[in-house]
Ligand binder design. Structure first.
Ligand SMILES: [Ca+2]
Ligand SMILES: [Ca+2]
Ligand SMILES: [Zn+2]
Length: 411
């Protein structure tokens, strides 16, 4: 795992108004700053601070930040074995499996989807493994073998409801020959069913495991109804993305773009009737921190900061930002009276009892609850899904706002 860089950026924004120069100072101390209440987790940051982190913390995959999980996809992995005991590569050892599944989950969390893996099903069938008795070590295995594997006699049709993605891990992928089996996949579009072949050597490196995750996530995308997407590295309108038809091992793609999310969640936009739409099942997250952490692969507690971006996990839980992708503190919006910040409230975290503790100060020493008399701040709105706070320019020559997400103390 690459080390996270976490430089602290301090900036000052001059503001001129009402005949005098107003300086809203911005700064931060290393988190956690203060623990002032029994139930308060470390304060996230002092408002208006941009925490810049270079690159991705977890791995090389280029992906967008996650979105709050609203749907799930259930995947049934099936490993093809030959009668002589030769077994297709699945995802390597347990640590490698955990890593790859986590990366697949990170990719799909970009569109608010979590991937649930059923236990691996072992299936002994020479034809499924490599097309035996025909030899496809040099000649390309026909693509039509995909359907033959998926529907063949004895194939483990573990799902008759059309709600589970069946993923066969094979020795030679249909549409490829043995020499092309580094990482290959072939999948139905807008319907369950795929074949994947992975060279065992891929499991030896992080890049190889990322490539495996990328191709697995790509084939899931086909099953869910996505076609290949035109890409051009030099055209920002068509950035490399998960559904590129070509993947370079050195740079496995993972990004899902907005147009793809639109297709996924609109059955009318599905290309072949929308059977793949049913694979996306609505998901109601369990209202606990532990469930959220397990879902996204967060290993730290509420006061920890898994991605090192200065936003504690508890804040990311409540606000809905991604705990494994470095982000920045929510941006402020200026108006004639000050700077306003909006902090989102995710239903899962609200259900778990989490709330914001927002305080202001003019000297970084004495802190007052935001919106209280003399705090120099105003609660603009406090809604089910968000709270908006304005730090007023009248607060003083310098003003600070800080926020923590915590479980509200019982009265
Ligand atoms: Ca964080
Ligand atoms: Ca983050
Ligand atoms: Zn494809």
């Amino acid at each position: 795992m690459a080390e996270c860089s976490n430089p602290t950026v301090k900036k000052q924004i001059p503001y001129t108004g009402q005949g005098f120069d107003y300086l809203l100072r911005e700064g931060v101390s290393p988190a956690p700053i203060v623990r002032r209440r029994r139930f308060a987790w470390g304060f996230a940051v002092i408002a208006s601070l941009a925490i810049a982190t270079a690159g991705s913390c977890l791995a090389e995959l280029a992906i967008n930040p996650c979105q709050p999980i609203t749907h799930r996809v259930v995947v049934q992995p099936i490993r093809a074995n030959k009668a002589d005991g030769t077994a297709a590569t699945f995802m390597g050892n347990l640590a490698s499996q955990t890593y790859i599944k986590r990366q697949v989950n990170r990719i799909w969390s970009q569109v608010g989807v979590t991937v649930e893996w059923r236990p691996l099903f072992e299936f002994t069938d020479d034809f499924s493994y490599d097309g035996s008795p025909t030899d496809y070590s040099v000649v390309q295995r026909p693509s039509s073998d995909l359907d033959a594997v998926l529907t063949g006699a004895g194939a483990p049709l573990t799902d008759t409801t059309g709600l589970v993605v069946n993923a066969f891990f094979v020795g030679i992928c249909p549409g490829a020959n043995l020499s092309q089996s580094g990482a290959r996949g072939l999948a139905r579009v807008d319907q369950s069913g795929m074949c994947i072949s992975l060279a065992s050597s891929l499991m030896d490196t992080e890049l190889g495991r990322d490539a495996a995750a990328s191709i697995i996530a790509h084939e899931i995308g086909h099953n869910l109804g996505l076609l290949h997407y035109l890409t051009n590295s030099f055209d920002p309108l068509f950035p490399p993305n998960l559904m590129s038809s070509f993947m370079a091992l050195a740079n496995p793609p993972g990004r899902l773009i907005a147009a793809q999310k639109t297709i996924l969640f609109d059955i009318a936009l599905h290309p072949y009737g929308g059977a793949g739409f049913a694979l996306l099942q609505p998901y109601t997250p369990t209202p606990t921190y532990a469930a959220w952490a397990a879902l996204l692969g967060v290993t730290g507690g509420p006061g920890d900061d898994d991605d090192g971006d200065g936003l504690p996990n508890a804040f990311e839980f409540l606000h809905g930002s991604c705990p494994l992708t470095p982000g920045i503190f929510p941006a402020s919006t200026p108006d004639e009276s000050g700077l306003a910040w909006q902090f989102l409230k995710q239903p899962q975290a609200v259900g778990a009892g989490y709330t914001y503790l927002i305080e202001t100060s003019t000297d970084l020493s004495v802190w007052k609850t935001a919106g209280s008399p003399g705090s120099g701040s105003t609660v603009l709105t406090d809604l089910t899904g968000s709270i908006s706070i304005r730090l007023n320019y009248s607060a003083g020559p310098a003003a600070f706002l800080r926020v923590a997400a915590h479980i509200a103390p019982e009265n």
